[in-house]
Design a binder for this molecule. Sequence first.
Ligand SMILES: Nc1ncnc2c1ncn2[C@@H]1O[C@H](COP(=O)(O)OP(=O)(O)OP(=O)(O)O)[C@@H](O)[C@H]1O
Ligand SMILES: [Mg+2]
Length: 212
Amino acid sequence: MIITIASLKGGSGKTSLSVHLAHAIALAGRRVLLVDADPQASASTWASAREEKPPFSVVGMARNTLHRELPDLVSTYDHALIDTPPRTSKLTGSAIVSSDLVLIPVQPSSYDVWAAAETVAMVEQVQGIKPDLLAAFVVNRAIGRTVIARDILDALQDYPFPVLPTTIAQRVAIAESSGGHTVFEVEPSGAAARDFRALAKDVLKLMGAEKW
Ligand SMILES: Nc1ncnc2c1ncn2[C@@H]1O[C@H](COP(=O)(O)OP(=O)(O)OP(=O)(O)O)[C@@H](O)[C@H]1O
Ligand SMILES: [Mg+2]
């Protein structure tokens, strides 16, 4: 299964979600590859900031030929996640074309909901040639049960993709993970780890799989 995390909006949480979902799936005993398709190389920088080996493989591949190279590359893994750059690019198109599922992180702000239109259009274009391609929104950086958080769920209903039931809250542990670790290492029984485990289950369910 290949999952692309895409949002043309910068800073929506693509890299944070990629790294944590990769770790959540690896913890279930699966061989996971995280493909860093962002020329900013945030996921690769995350991996190289670590002293220990990451719990999953990370490869830098910011190339438009991704869709051609990926099948060989992923053959020795159970699952691959692709972290993509902000802004429209051939790279993001190449990642989406290669995928079974596209996850679109959105922050609870109207700007993010409006900006999602561009990402949705890109996914729909690919669905024209690949009708089995799934897509879903993930609300990231939610702050409690605020009115704005509820409004965002309503606003996202206007798009043709579902919103995953698990929302990732705004958490210091997630912000600090850019130092080269994940919340599963720092606070394995904390709230952020719980959110990401639940998110991984949502993804499984969406894919119609019982287990990874
Ligand atoms: N749930 C969260 N709680 C706290 N901080 C978060 C959360 N999600 C993301 N962040 C922080 O927000 C910033 C942007 O997140 P991230 O780098 O994951 O976004 P991105 O979409 O990959 O950005 P870019 O578009 O630049 O690639 C980072 O500093 C990250 O630590
Ligand atoms: Mg990023």
